[in-house]
Design a protein around this ligand. Structure first.
Ligand code: GLN
Length: 547
C-alpha cells in the first residue's frame, strides 16, 4: 500500500511547489522507492486544454492523451515516470463527474453536497492505482485560503483519517520574506498560513520555506515552535541557479530524511544521487554556449514553451554546452525582413501554436533557415510552416497554406497542403472528428507510433526505425502533396504506420532541417535528453564553431 504525501502551498503562489514535489519524488526514487506524482487543481476548467498559454503556461500532454498542467512536465522530467490521465484533475472535472453521476441517477435521489459527494470523488481520484507504488505524492494547486481549494483540503483531511495512522504526510510550502531594513527573515506569514491550514483540520508535518538565503537557527526554532513541527522538518528552499540542482539541494537540507523520519522508516535506505550529480555537473561545467532563436507567438510568457526550453537545456547538457535561448516574436517579421532578426543564431526552433497570427513570420523563419543552412527544428505548427514554405518557395504551389487559417477567417484563401484531419487510426480502432465538435477533445492527442525511413537523418538521430511520440493537433500535412514536395527536396522521412499521416519532414540538402508533427520536448529528461534535441544542439554547436 502506498504512503501518501500531500503538498500544499501558502502565503503566495508560484513558490515552486511543483518543483519541490518533483524533486522529492526524485529523492525517494534515489532511495530505491517507486513513486507517482499527481496534481489536483482547484480551477473550474475541466482541463487546461482550452486555457490560454499566455495565462496558464504550456499544456502538457500525456501518453494516454490527457491535456494537463505543466507541473506534470516537471514530475516527468525529474522522475522519468510517464504521467497518465489519472495524474491530473481539476475542480471542473470533479464537479463534472459528480453532475454526470447525478443525472444518471447514481446517487439514488440523495441531495448532492460538497461533503460527501465532491470530497468522495476527490478521494477516489487520489487513490487510483495506490497499490502500484511505494509513495503517492499529491500536489494541491493554489494557496491555502482560496475558496476554490476548500473541497480539496477537506478531501485530503478525510483521506488521512480513512487511512491507517502514519500513512499520510502533509508538507506545506511557504515564503519567508526578507526585510532588508531590519535584516530579518520574517516568519509571520508562514505562521499565519499554518494557522489557516490548522483551522481546516490539517497540521503540516514538514515545512518547506522559500527564502533568499539560509534560515538561521533562531528563525528555524521559532517556526518549529509556532507551527508545531520539528526543527529538522523546517526545510529551507533557497533560490537556485538551475532547477536541476533541486534534488541535491533538498537532499542537503534533509527533505528526504525528514519525510522518511515522519513515516518512521528506519533505517532508511541510503540514496544514490550519482544521476543528479552528473546532471548538475553537466549544467555547471558547460564548455561554450550556443544561441538558439525560438520564433513563436507566446513569447511574453516563458512558461508557454516550458518543455521546449527544458528540452533545449537537456540537449545542451548532452553536448556540454550552455543553450542560450532568445524568444523572437514571429509577428515582427510578418511585416519585416526576417534576416536581421535571425542573424547570429546558431539554430532556429519554431514551436507549436494555434491560429493564423504570426504564421507568415514563422514561414519566413523556416525560409531563412533553409536558405542559410541554419539548423531548424519545427515542432507541430513549426513543421506545418516548414511544409508550407517548401510548397510555396520550392515546389511552386504558390497559394499553399493551412486549412486552419481558412477556418479561422471563414473564407477559402489557401491551397490546403495542411488540412483538417477528420479520421485516423489509433492502435486498432478508428477515431472520427467533425470541424464543429467542441474545442476541447477534437485533437489527435497522446502517443502515436511512427516509422522512420531507412537512411534518413531522423533514423540516424533516433538510432532506430520505430518511435512513439506525443501529439496535440487538429491539422495534418496532406499526403497527396508528397511527390511534389519530395521532388523539390523535402523528404517525408517519418510516417504513421499505415503510411497515411506525415510525421516528419527533412530537407535532403541541408545540414539539419527537421520538422516533426509531434512534440518531442514532452519526453525529454535531464538524465535522458531527447535524441532530436540532443542532435539539434549538436548541430547548433557545429554552426557556432563555423562562425
Ligand atoms: N494548430 C496546429 C494544428 O492544430 C498545430 C498545433 C500545434 O502546434 N500543437 O494542427
Amino acid at each position: 500500500m502506498a504512503r501518501f504525501i500531500f503538498i500544499t502551498g501558502g502565503v503566495v503562489s508560484s513558490l515552486g511547489k511543483g518543483l519541490a514535489s518533483a524533486a522529492l519524488g526524485a529523492l525517494l526514487q534515489a532511495r530505491g522507492y517507486s513513486v507517482r506524482l499527481r496534481k489536483l487543481d482547484p480551477y473550474l476548467n475541466v482541463d487546461p486544454g482550452t486555457m490560454s498559454p499566455f495565462e496558464h503556461g504550456e499544456v502538457f500532454v500525456t501518453d494516454d492523451g490527457a491535456e494537463t498542467d505543466l507541473d506534470l512536465g516537471h514530475y516527468e522530467r525529474f522522475t522519468g515516470v510517464a504521467a497518465r490521465k489519472t495524474d491530473s484533475v481539476s475542480s471542473g472535472r470533479i464537479y463534472s463527474n459528480v453532475l454526470e453521476k447525478e443525472r444518471r441517477g447514481d446517487y439514488l435521489g440523495k441531495t448532492i453536497q460538497v461533503i460527501p459527494h465532491v470530497t468522495n470523488e476527490i478521494k477516489d481520484f487520489i487513490s487510483i492505482g495506490e497499490d502500484e507504488v511505494d509513495f503517492m505524492l499529491c500536489e494541491i494547486g493554489g494557496t491555502v485560503g482560496d475558496i476554490e481549494g476548500l473541497p480539496f483540503f477537506e478531501a485530503i483531511r478525510q483521506f488521512s483519517q480513512d487511512k491507517p495512522r502514519g500513512q499520510c504526510l502533509f508538507m506545506h510550502l511557504t515564503l519567508l520574506p526578507y526585510i532588508k531594513a531590519s535584516g530579518e527573515l520574517k516568519t509571520k506569514p508562514t505562521q499565519h498560513s499554518v494557522k489557516e491550514l490548522r483551522s481546516i483540520g490539517l497540521a503540516p508535518d514538514i515545512l518547506v520555506c522559500r527564502s533568499e538565503g539560509p534560515i538561521p537557527v533562531k528563525e528555524r526554532e521559532k517556526l518549529a515552535l509556532f507551527c508545531n513541527v520539528r526543527p529538522d522538518s523546517v526545510i529551507a528552499a533557497q533560490d537556485l541557479s538551475t532547477i536541476y540542482d533541486a534534488p541535491l539541494a533538498y537532499h542537503r537540507e534533509g527533505l528526504d530524511q525528514a519525510v522518511l523520519d515522519a513515516f518512521q522508516i528506519s533505517p532508511a535506505p541510503k540514496p544514490d544521487l550519482t544521476k543528479w550529480e552528473d546532471v548538475s555537473d553537466r549544467i555547471h561545467n558547460a564548455e561554450g554556449e550556443v544561441k538558439v532563436a525560438i520564433v513563436g507567438k507566446y513569447t511574453q510568457l516563458e512558461d508557454a514553451y516550458k518543455s521546449i526550453a527544458e528540452a533545449l537545456t537537456h540537449g545542451g547538457m548532452a553536448n556540454r554546452v550552455r543553450v542560450k535561448v532568445e524568444w523572437v516574436d514571429a509577428e515582427v517579421f510578418d511585416t519585416e525582413d526576417a534576416a536581421p532578426h535571425l542573424e547570429g543564431f546558431h539554430a532556429i526552433l519554431v514551436p507549436g501554436g494555434f491560429g493564423e497570427r504570426g504564421t507568415e513570420g514563422k514561414i519566413k523563419a523556416a525560409q531563412y533557415a533553409r536558405e542559410h543552412k541554419v539548423p531548424y527544428l519545427g515542432i507541430c505548427l513549426g513543421m506545418q510552416m516548414a511544409v508550407i514554405e517548401a510548397a510555396r518557395n520550392a515546389a511552386g504551389i504558390t497559394e499553399a497554406g493551412s486549412e486552419e487559417f481558412d477556418h479561422e477567417a471563414g473564407k477559402k484563401r489557401f491551397e490546403p497542403v495542411v488540412y483538417h484531419l477528420k479520421e485516423w487510426v489509433q492502435g486498432n480502432h478508428k477515431v472520427e472528428r467533425k470541424v464543429g465538435d467542441d474545442k476541447g477533445g477534437t485533437m489527435r492527442l497522446g502517443a502515436y507510433d511512427a516509422v522512420l525511413a531507412d537512411g534518413s537523418k531522423v533514423a540516424e538521430v533516433y538510432g532506430g526505425a520505430n518511435i512513439e511520440e506525443r501529439h496535440r493537433h487538429r491539422y495534418e500535412v496532406d499526403i497527396k502533396y508528397r511527390d511534389k514536395l519530395e521532388k523539390a527536396g523535402l523528404n517525408f522521412s517519418g510516417m504513421s504506420p499505415d503510411g497515411r499521416l506525415p510525421e516528419i519532414v527533412e530537407w535532403s540538402d541541408h545540414p539539419w532541417f527537421i520538422g516533426v508533427q509531434y512534440h518531442p520536448e514532452l519526453k525529454s529528461k535531464p538524465f535522458e535528453p531527447h535524441p532530436l534535441f540532443r542532435d539539434f544542439v549538436r548541430a547548433a554547436k557545429d554552426t557556432s564553431r563555423l562562425v
